[in-house]
Write a protein that binds this ligand. Sequence first.
Ligand SMILES: Cc1cc2nc3c(=O)[nH]c(=O)nc-3n(C[C@H](O)[C@H](O)[C@H](O)COP(=O)(O)OP(=O)(O)OC[C@H]3O[C@@H](n4cnc5c(N)ncnc54)[C@H](O)[C@@H]3O)c2cc1C
Length: 368
Amino acid sequence: MKVAIMGAGLSGLSCAIELEKHGIEPYIFERRSRVGDRFINAEVFAGMYSRPILDEVRYLSEELGIFVQPASNIKDLIVYSPKKKAVLSGPVGFVSIRGRHRDALENQLARQVHSPIHYHSEHTYEELLREYTHVVLATGDADYVKKIQNFHEDATVTLIGVTVEGEFTRNTVFTWFDNRFAPHGGYGFLIPFSPTEATVVLAFAEYKGLQAYDKTALWEMFFNRVCTDLNQNLKVTDQFEVNEYVMGIAESPRLGNTFFVGNCYGALMPGMGFGQFASILTGVYAAKDIVGLGRYETLTNELRHSYDHSRTLRRMMETLDNDGLDNFVQMLNGVWGRMLVHSRVNVLKWASYAARPWVALHKGPESQ
Ligand SMILES: Cc1cc2nc3c(=O)[nH]c(=O)nc-3n(C[C@H](O)[C@H](O)[C@H](O)COP(=O)(O)OP(=O)(O)OC[C@H]3O[C@@H](n4cnc5c(N)ncnc54)[C@H](O)[C@@H]3O)c2cc1C
């Protein structure tokens, strides 16, 4: 058996770790010059998206033998809408670092892989198919999967981000919902990754046929709001922009001996764009199938359901005006917020069932 992994990111490296445990040394091809060769940013593992699992980091180590050390745990999630604020306290999740940083998640995974990683790879998928018995597509984007099979695309997102210097409590993450700067079910985040550094990111979907936004104006409005809510003049030290980041899901997790993992599978959940945990899971599941310990389609079934629930919640958020967002954030202050953080019940799944009639009746931007 000769297994090629295309992409040394979260899903590709997790797949390699699991294959090696079963005595298979994969051939890993990475387009860039090193693992995580991109801007540094902080991301979150949000446990509420993975119920009944309460602690994703613990689950990865105990159940899958994948060991990651987050930068910090999140004790408070502060949610703002135009006029409301909610504080969700408890074991909300974890902050991880990504990109060109020694402690980046992908670098932590790379240190658990023994097989060589071939950098500056220009191999195409077609070339790998000819040379290897199995190909694991782990490129973090939808380019190949769209060419190869039906990929159900749900949203194309623009992400504008900066690294800022300021004073932060490492365990407190902030998020904003406001149609004036985060239209189309968009959101903003501030995620600290040290007591003095944080990532601030604004994400919003862009739909074909709808008027394009003045990104600079949206960003300035958002960033002013962040500085006001934190009562700090945050200093920008780095910036990045990701355009046409596709949220969607592959119709078939596996075609022949090609496995679609990470974002190529549909790990990126459309609701809030979380994809780290599902990416690692898909990598491990693909490896399990390759070594004969399960069927990839079956192992990923639960993730497909999560994707569907998350898509419904996105559609619902897209229909809310700012008063609706205020009501939503107000609700998080009560029992819903407590359940999201503390309960093993998959609140988001039930919320998505409850949202279906609303979504069916109200047109969002994607259907205009
Ligand atoms: C700005 C931003 C913020 C995010 N925030 C969060 C968050 O807070 N929480 C969360 O859970 N998720 C978040 N996500 C999503 C999460 O990062 C992704 O879902 C996850 O990294 C996908 O893993 P992957 O293995 O599919 O791809 P990646 O980890 O991106 O790895 C893909 C790898 O493939 C390589 N590659 C690409 N093309 C080729 C090629 N042709 N040949 C060889 N190699 C190739 C790339 O260089 C890269 O190393 C965020 C994403 C972005 C962009």
